[in-house]
Design a protein around this ligand. Structure first.
Ligand SMILES: [Zn+2]
Length: 225
């Protein structure tokens, strides 16, 4: 299996936009990928936006984002307080934030929720991502949950053991309000990474997985495949 590379000069800037509905979504869905990108691209610039985290959960979201992006040169972390579970009923105000993002940012890569996620807040953010960004590389990450909506992703990022340990350690450290939830455990996170590693035949055995709906192969017509 040939791998697909971003084909970006490691010393050139790489702008990533991460979108998450709740305080821990970005970390669970693509925290390892962000750690890997930050190790590879010294000039990584990240916009990290959490739409629904207030009070203690907002504080957790900000502290966790700071830690996940510790090695990132340029970062902007924003946390809004839209009500958990009610995003579809606040769609106009949330869309206003996307309109603002469209004017203010030109990301190379966007990480967002999965289109068929069964949480309505996640689904709305995915829909607005595709409405807003019409010529961008978008990868949709997955969140395990009670509803059972895991599917068959088609884009994999192999992760090594130190990156996995760092991802899980930061998740467990930062999200004290989630610790009472029976699913919020190291073995849940590791199990999903291991299964995706099997599907990717990852040399490290572990991978994060995404849905890539559009991948343009060799966009520059003068370049070889
Ligand atoms: Zn969520």
């Amino acid at each position: 299996m040939l791998g697909v590379d971003l084909k970006i000069d490691p010393n050139a800037p790489l702008r990533v936009l991460c979108l998450g509905a709740h305080s821990d979504d970005i970390e669970i869905g693509c925290g390892g990928t962000l750690l890997k990108l930050s190790a590879r691209y010294p000039r990584l610039a990240v916009d990290w936006i959490v739409f629904g985290a207030s009070g203690a959960r907002g504080d957790e979201a900000r502290a966790s984002a700071q830690d996940f992006l510790r090695a990132v040169e340029s970062k902007a972390i924003r946390v809004y307080d839209f009500r958990d579970g009610f995003f579809p009923y606040a769609g106009a105000q949330i869309k206003d934030h996307f309109e603002e993002l469209k004017r203010a940012s030109a990301p190379d890569l966007i990480l967002t929720h999965y289109r068929n996620d069964l949480h309505q807040d996640h689904r709305l953010l995915c829909e607005l991502t595709w409405n807003t960004f019409r010529d961008h590389l978008i990868l949709e990450y997955e969140i395990p949950k009670y509803d059972g909506d895991l599917g068959a992703p088609n884009f994999f990022v192999p992760l090594d053991e130190p990156t996995i340990q760092q991802k899980i350690k930061l998740l467990l450290e930062h999200f004290g309000t989630q610790r009472s939830k029976d699913w919020f455990t190291a073995d849940t996170f590791r199990a999903l990474l291991r299964l995706r590693g099997v599907e990717a035949r990852a040399p490290t055995q572990f991978a994060e997985a995404f849905y890539a709906r559009k991948i343009i192969f060799s966009r520059n017509p003068d370049s070889t495949l």
